[in-house]
Design a binder for this molecule. Sequence first.
Ligand SMILES: Nc1ncnc2c1ncn2[C@@H]1O[C@H](COP(=O)(O)OP(=O)(O)OP(=O)(O)O)[C@@H](O)[C@H]1O
Ligand SMILES: O=P(O)(O)OC[C@H]1O[C@H](OP(=O)(O)OP(=O)(O)O)[C@H](O)[C@@H]1O
Ligand SMILES: [Mg+2]
Length: 285
Amino acid sequence: MSTLKIAIQKSGRLNEDSIQILKDCGISINNGNDQLKAEASNFPLEVLYLRNSDIPQYLIDGVVDLAIVGDNLLVEKGKHIEVIQKLGFSKCKVSVAVPKTFEYNSIQDLAGLRIATSYPNTVNEYFNSFGLSVDIHQISGSVEIAPNIGLADAIVDIVSSGSTLFKNNLREVEVILKSEAVLAVSPKVSPEIQKHIDTLKFRIQSVLRARNSKYILMNVPNDKIDEIGKILPVLRSLTVLPLAQEGWSSVHSVIDKDTFWDVIDKLKEAGAEGILVCPIEKMVL
Ligand SMILES: Nc1ncnc2c1ncn2[C@@H]1O[C@H](COP(=O)(O)OP(=O)(O)OP(=O)(O)O)[C@@H](O)[C@H]1O
Ligand SMILES: O=P(O)(O)OC[C@H]1O[C@H](OP(=O)(O)OP(=O)(O)O)[C@H](O)[C@@H]1O
Ligand SMILES: [Mg+2]
């Protein structure tokens, strides 16, 4: 039987969340990440632990069928690789930053200057889109130090909280792109492998849906059920079960995890009592 080969980052920002999402899909991986290759015991899956920056080329070559990779790396090195699912973790930006003392008004101010970055193609393409050229200094890490040591006038690098920029007396002046971890597929997969990919993608989507949702249940006077129903966004229709106490029901639904506090206030105002909000393990549609 064919085995699906998936690449995940060996160590770094994506590693733990990548392993976690496979676990949440019910996949048990033998050997953890102590080895560079490991097999799943209950899914036709082989996990290859690789450098994030090498993953786009492995996908292009068909050495792996699937990968969890930072979307920014695909922009840099894998333009034509298909993304089949955004995964919602490792969210960051790729931004232009300059020293705080730099009098920056527009991108034109950087024309012809030295830009330090680990993402030369992204930088080139960005400046070209404004009809500008810059002098790119490619370095593989600690990019934020470059202006302080006289290596560059500005940088293009990953920004998340902004604290690395702040510590190095830099400020973000342009956001080139926004990125997160994605599930990306090789252009060379066979139909048999594609079936495994579809199965895994279905599981991942059920996990992500559950992560983004909460199960909510509450006691509601029967004459308020319609009003409560209008507040709750539902999958199909509300689940309503009679309570032992005459005139009351237990109402169940699923709500978005980011908006549940707003919804709860409205539910209380509308007469709901004893509201319980619970995590959801999986959500299969
Ligand atoms: N501070 C951050 N916050 C959120 N996401 C980040 C952050 N830094 C990097 N990322 C995302 O995680 C990916 C991996 O970053 P990380 O620093 O772990 O590895 P790397 O140095 O880019 O790659 P390699 O595995 O090749 O050494 C990046 O491509 C980006 O998508
Ligand atoms: O805006 P912040 O929250 O400060 O995050 C941004 C920093 O995070 C990443 O580096 P990382 O810590 O992964 O170190 P690395 O350079 O060794 O990859 C990135 O290269 C930035 O330097
Ligand atoms: Mg990094």
